[in-house]
Design a protein around this ligand. Structure first.
Ligand code: AMP
Length: 276
């Protein structure tokens, strides 16, 4: 695997690389990230990963400074997964001067759920991802469904800005007890780690209730919210939404997803489950 820290170096390495499949990350890699790398192979002759902890997408009171940085072990995992090129710029490369041009997602998507809880987050995500896409020029990009709203925002950005990129949404990889793998799981105490699978269990309970005919979505959401609260969580939202745009379902003929964010101790966990 070749490691590139500058735009010029990456571009010249990719000049004759053929069709590129790309998976952007913030590092501290786990099996969820690695599954993107493995799937990437079928979408390109050349697999490119990036590691960049993007300050622009963190709020002022969020965990940018303490976000886990584990570059050496990340590189080993990427090598083992057969990644061809890693782009790992530092801030002075991606933001040599303070960024003044931004990609601002549609308000309908930026102002709900994660967007409402983390103002400016998706603007930071969309801006860095647009920059990375311009640098890497991938034919296909692999993103996790774990960050469901992020996947939607990036899909819409690519479509509306006519970027010639195929976006592939990849399934969430979970620990054996159901907890979605996340770099932030490392913040959990041993006790919180045993409690953490309850979030996914509540999503499964909602999916099951809908499967057997329940249609009072508000009541399902509030029952799950209350249940988490009673077990020491601070739920941010649990919401049954249309998969297509994460807005409220208006009839029975729409495919749904239940999305959730909740804090356990000081760690904010995010998960979702598509309802089939
Ligand atoms: P991050 O490093 O958190 O920015 O994530 C980089 C990419 O990995 C994003 O597309 C995420 O959605 C994806 N990802 C994170 N966790 C998982 C997981 N448990 N399963 C599958 N993909 C994931």
């Amino acid at each position: 695997m070749q490691i590139h820290t500058t735009v010029d170096d990456l571009r010249s390495a990719l000049r004759r690389a053929g069709k590129v499949a790309f998976a952007p990350t913030m590092g501290n890699l786990h099996a969820g990230h690695i599954s993107l790398m493995q799937q990437a192979r079928q979408y390109g002759e050349c697999v490119v990963a990036s590691i960049f902890v993007n300050r622009l997408q963190f709020g002022p009171r969020e965990d940018f400074d303490k976000y886990p940085r584990t570059f050496e072990t990340d590189c080993q995992q990427l090598r083992d997964a057969g990644v061809d090129h890693l782009f790992a710029p530092d801030e002075s490369v991606l933001y040599p001067t303070p960024q003044q041009y931004f990609v601002t997602p549609a308000d309908a998507q930026d102002s709900i759920l994660e967007g409402a809880s983390r103002p400016g987050h998706f603007r930071g995500v969309a801006t860095v991802v647009a920059k990375l896409f311009n640098i890497v020029q991938p034919a296909a990009v692999l993103l996790g469904k774990k960050d469901y709203q992020q996947l939607m925002v990036i899909r819409n950005m690519v479509r509306e800005l006519n970027m010639p990129i195929e976006i592939i949404g990849c399934e969430t990889i979970r620990a054996a007890d159901g907890l979605a793998l996340s770099s932030r799981n490392g913040y959990l105490s041993a006790q919180a780690r045993t409690e953490a699978p309850r979030l996914y269990q509540q999503l499964q309970a909602i999916a099951h209730a809908i499967d057997i005919g329940q249609r009072d979505y508000a009541s399902l959401e509030s029952t799950a919210t209350e249940h988490l609260r009673q077990h020491g969580w601070q739920p941010d939202y649990i919401a049954i939404r249309r998969r297509s745009d994460l807005l409220l379902p208006i009839d029975d003929h729409q495919t749904l997803v239940v999305v959730a964010a909740a804090k356990l101790e000081n760690t904010r966990l995010l998960d979702n489950l598509e309802i089939v």
